[in-house]
Design a protein around this ligand. Structure first.
Ligand code: GLN
Length: 485
């Protein structure tokens, strides 16, 4: 059965897919063929997928259809997913959108991937991103920039830009991205999607190529909060391969988030709406949400956060330090690319790393090596660790009274390709509101909350305290429903 392209409009949620499968309106094979067809139509222009696994995925789809017929299918039968090119999928290439991993194949699958596959999800392919997840625009890829499907002269955000566009353009139903400082939420905001970054440690990082290990989180890009909740509950839980994966019980998020929220105390950080860098359209959209919440009986109050200006510098000192260590392993000896020009061991290291890594990755390795060097360690690294602790404590102190903190996900809507490419500092500012959640380790979600005058989506960020995903997803779902009506 060949699916028609219009199918795409019908299935923006997994609930719709499941219903159609139950009523035999579609098969998993037809669904997959449909997505592959969309990839064939749009990927050349959008550059979201680096590779799709057509034959293999089709064979899996046939197997899932057989299981459905026998009544033995898993909870994700019919879920077609893409993976950001930093998440291991056994026996498949993995490159972090970098030359340095040319030719590398994963020897095992990430724990989260294993758990999705065990419930019959299908992995359709791997997705373009900023090299090693460093960036906010998906322009820092060795494979060229990803384009926003709503306006192809604009970026989709980053670093999980390919993962966002794949869902946005209907090339798969959901994607796994990663969020070290906003890389799931900011592309979700720029593409009109739901982007979930769970509490640090809620999901195992086993099988995730490390950028900054104490910040890295796997997250989801979906059209609905319900799908984010379902994927989270299937992927979460302890893992013997990652000691930072939490043993906290995993609630049945998807079953718990349907009610009207009973937690109603909301704060927003005053400067996130008042500072100059926030565009008028973004500000107005967030103010509308605040009014809506008040009308629904929520208490919404502006709060100060004196450490706000220190969050971004703290993030960049600590993440570059961790990156410089994590990326030391790519030296031409063990993985992927090795320079053909090398004449001895030292030139092999130097040439391989100079040719294999792109500009932004090199910039960060240098910065990270600098802040870790003996003469500057205390002045930068130790100090930033202390400030991180303060930011974490003060963020969590807000949650002793408030249930949620709201802000824009990003100060602007999607910018033009090339607009910030030569101005790293401006680019770093795209994450000014998203990095707090990673510095503090708390969960955060971005949901669409309107459009600017050019029709570009705006994202609302909701943050909650450690492991309060149920509460956060409940509010997100409720708000999405209200914002639609
Ligand atoms: N844009 C931020 C950075 O460049 C966040 C990246 C991320 O979350 N992976 O570091």
């Amino acid at each position: 059965m060949q699916a028609k392209p219009t199918l795409l409009k019908l299935y923006r949620s997994f609930a719709d897919v499941r219903r159609a499968l139950q009523e035999s309106k579609v098969s998993v094979v037809a669904l997959l063929q449909h997505y592959l067809h969309q990839v064939a139509l749009h990927n050349k222009q959008l550059n979201a997928f680096l590779q799709t696994y057509d034959q293999e995925a089709l064979a899996q789809a046939e197997a899932v259809d057989r299981k459905i017929a026998l009544g033995k299918a898993g909870r994700l039968a019919g879920m077609v997913l893409g993976l950001k090119d930093v998440i291991c999928y056994r026996d498949h290439p993995l490159q972090a959108a970098s030359r340095i991993l040319e030719g590398f194949r994963s020897q095992f699958s990430a724990t989260v991937v294993e758990r999705l596959l065990a419930e019959d999800a299908i992995i359709i392919g791997r997705q373009n991103c900023d090299e090693f997840a460093m960036g906010s625009s998906s322009e820092n890829s060795a494979f060229g920039p990803v384009r926003n499907a709503l306006d192809t002269s604009r970026v989709p955000g980053g670093s999980s830009g390919g993962s966002a566009v794949a869902v946005q353009a209907g090339m798969c139903l959901a994607s796994l991205g990663t969020d070290t400082g906003g890389s799931v939420r900011q592309p979700a905001a720029f593409c009109g999607l739901v982007g979930l970054k769970p509490t640090y440690g809620r999901l195992s990082r086993h099988g995730l190529l490390a950028y900054a290990s104490s910040f890295d989180c796997i997250g989801t890009l979906t059209h609905t909060v319900e799908d984010a909740a379902l994927l989270l509950e299937i992927m979460a839980g302890p893992d013997e391969f990652d000691s930072t994966a939490s043993r906290q019980p995993v609630p049945s998020y998807s079953a718990l988030i349907g009610q009207k929220p009973t937690h109603t105390k909301v704060a927003y950080l005053r400067p996130t709406l008042e500072s100059q860098g926030v565009s008028v359209a973004v500000k107005e959209a967030i103010l509308r949400v605040i009014e809506l919440l008040k009308a629904e009986g929520f208490t919404v109050e502006a709060v100060e956060f004196p450490l706000l200006e220190y969050i971004l510098p703290t993030y960049y000192i600590l993440t570059t330090a961790e990156a410089s260590t994590n990326l030391a392993r790519y030296d031409g000896v063990r993985y992927g690319y090795r320079s053909a020009g090398a004449t001895d061991v030292e030139s092999m290291y130097k040439l391989t790393r100079s040719e294999g890594f792109g500009k932004e990755v090199q910039r960060r390795i240098l910065l990270g090596t600098f802040v870790l060097s003996a003469s500057y360690y205390d002045a930068y690294f130790t100090k930033a660790q202390r400030v991180r602790r303060l930011i974490m404590e003060q963020t969590r102190a807000l949650f002793s009274y408030y249930d949620f903190i709201l802000s824009p996900t990003s100060p602007t809507t999607a910018f033009k390709i090339g607009e910030l490419a030569n101005d790293p500092l401006q680019m770093y500012l795209a994450d000014i509101f998203s990095v707090q959640a990673n510095v503090a380790g708390i969960p955060a979600i971005s949901i669409p909350c309107g459009k600017d005058s050019q029709g570009l989506p705006i994202g609302l960020q909701i943050m909650a305290d450690w492991f309060e995903e149920t509460k956060m997803l409940t509010l997100a779902r409720f708000l999405m429903e209200k914002l639609r009506t």
